[in-house]
Design a protein around this ligand. Sequence first.
Ligand code: PGA
Length: 252
Amino acid sequence: MVRKKLIAGNWKMNCLQAEGIALAKEVAAKVKAQKFDCDFLICPPFTLLGAIKKCLRGTKIALGAQDVHFAEKGAHTGDISSLMLTDLGCTYTIIGHSERRVDHFESNELINKKAVAAHQAGLNTVICIGETGEERDAGKTIKVCQDEIDGSVPNDATAKNTVIAYEPIWAIGTGKTPTAADVEEVHAAIRKALTKKLGKATANKMRILYGGSVKPSNAAELLSLPDVDGALIGGASLKAEDFINIAINSTK
Ligand code: PGA
């Protein structure tokens, strides 16, 4: 099964306007300058989405948000709806990132609800899962991932509207990564859990990204693994050159 790789940047809570626009323009120019056999996605903070959409015109880079509320509209102070995101030109949103699960106490149930609402509004989701260092040391990685797939991924998920990102929490922003063998083992187990939940045809087509300290120097190894279909990149997506080099190295 050939799954086109997705190279996704999660800018997190970084970049004021001038910085963000300059970064998006640089990424756009680099993507336009050569042929890539992968899809691109960048997920800036909400405040930059409108401005960055303009910078991405004429490129094949998709625009995504980093979270979404499950309600269509109404009394939810500080929240953003799927329709607000599609209205700005977003085609994706990340949901269930560990920083939201931890900082905002988001449960699998809530993430599932957000995914259903996003899909109904025509927004694709990148649903994040992954174990803590403690869970890993206790040998619970696969069980945690299976439970998160079970709980967070809605039954309406298709290979088109859903991308899974496996992000071991202990590898995020730390410079540490699991071994290639560990990554492949977990990704294969995630695909198995998806097969159980959504059926073989969907699971085989669904992209499973790896995230956690991806950089140009480890991209080739991690992204050549059979069940790794791209990367969700935090820190390294804030440097256009690193982001593009990850794409180059991962599709070699
Ligand atoms: P990192 O973050 O690449 O900085 O480790 C990845 C993520 O949290 O999506």
